[in-house]
Design a binder for this molecule. Structure first.
Ligand code: SAH
Length: 263
């Protein structure tokens, strides 16, 4: 089978983790974009509770932490990411109010209506956009915010090659209006959506991977799984350069709405 035809789901999670551990970010994004999304959120105070779900090593969490008051809990499934996350928080002396814990987005350790803000960059696809929005809503206070970034189609139609790739990698991919509608139906006011600029993928995601790929191939010389993983990552990047008019990452910001009772 050609590497191109392999699915991302066929590589072990440990290998993918190790690959991404050496990178500042595990998904497309930038400090500017994190701050832009944050600009739509107006309810944060010193005692606010914030969760960053699927935080990885915390690239975006640290930006958030330096620009908001309140306590932030980062949650990720992978202990190695959380270890790095907590080291990063300590490095900038924010370990008192920024804490990483190992946990699953499918079973979050929060109380109902505990959170003022749920943040999640490039991670909600692991549970699915719609399911995540629906299941996480109960943890937000009425009027609390959710801000997530998610791969989305920019157009109604697209070439078969890219359609096929994404339907295999993430069948939940959809157009922006459909995602906004899902957000509204899940009980949020859609406050903002914006497309992440290309530099979030190119400069901050794909280019840093180039040297990582070389290093990985050398370290694991002759290891077929590693070679396939790198080939897959390179193929994904090539597709992005070729088809970036048709898809990309989009930030969705929503505000939990509760109808007055009786309505
Ligand atoms: N937010 C980070 C990481 C995005 S990559 C960034 O933008 O750089 C997606 C992250 O989701 C990874 O760190 C992965 O370990 C994590 N993840 C995957 N499945 C998860 C789950 N079920 N619960 C919590 N985190 C999960």
């Amino acid at each position: 089978m050609k590497e191109e035809n392999k699915s991302i789901h066929e590589f072990g999670v440990n290998l993918i983790c190790e690959y991404f551990l050496g990178l500042e970010r595990q998904g497309p994004g930038s400090p500017e974009v994190t701050l832009k999304a944050l600009g739509f959120i107006d309810n944060l105070k010193k005692d606010s509770c914030i969760a960053d779900i699927g935080c990885g090593t915390g690239g975006q969490t640290m930006v958030l932490a330096q620009n908001v008051q309140g306590n932030i809990t980062g949650i990720d499934l992978f202990p190695a990411f959380i270890e790095q996350f907590n080291m990063n928080a300590t490095k900038i002396n924010l370990q008192e109010r920024v804490k990483g814990i190992v946990g699953s987005m499918e079973n979050l350790p929060f109380q109902n209506e505990e959170l003022d803000l749920i943040w999640s960059e490039g991670a909600i696809y692991n549970i699915g956009f719609e399911r995540g929005l629906n299941e996480w809503r109960k943890f937000l206070k009425p009027g609390g915010y959710i801000a997530v970034s998610e791969v989305s189609w920019f157009t109604e139609k697209r070439p078969v090659e890219i359609e096929k790739f994404w339907m295999d990698a993430y069948p939940g991919i959809d157009t922006i209006p459909n995602k906004v509608s899902q957000m509204q139906k899940a009980g949020y006011i859609p406050v903002a959506t914006f497309i992440l600029p290309e530099n979030c993928w190119i400069d901050n995601f794909y280019i840093p991977q180039v040297s990582r790929q070389e290093e990985f191939l050398q370290r694991y010389r002759g290891n077929k799984t590693v070679e396939d993983l790198i080939a897959y990552q390179r193929y994904e990047a090539q597709l992005y350069y070729k088809f970036k008019e048709y898809y990309g990452y989009v930030f969705y910001v929503g505000k939990k709405f509760v109808y007055p009772d009786p309505f």
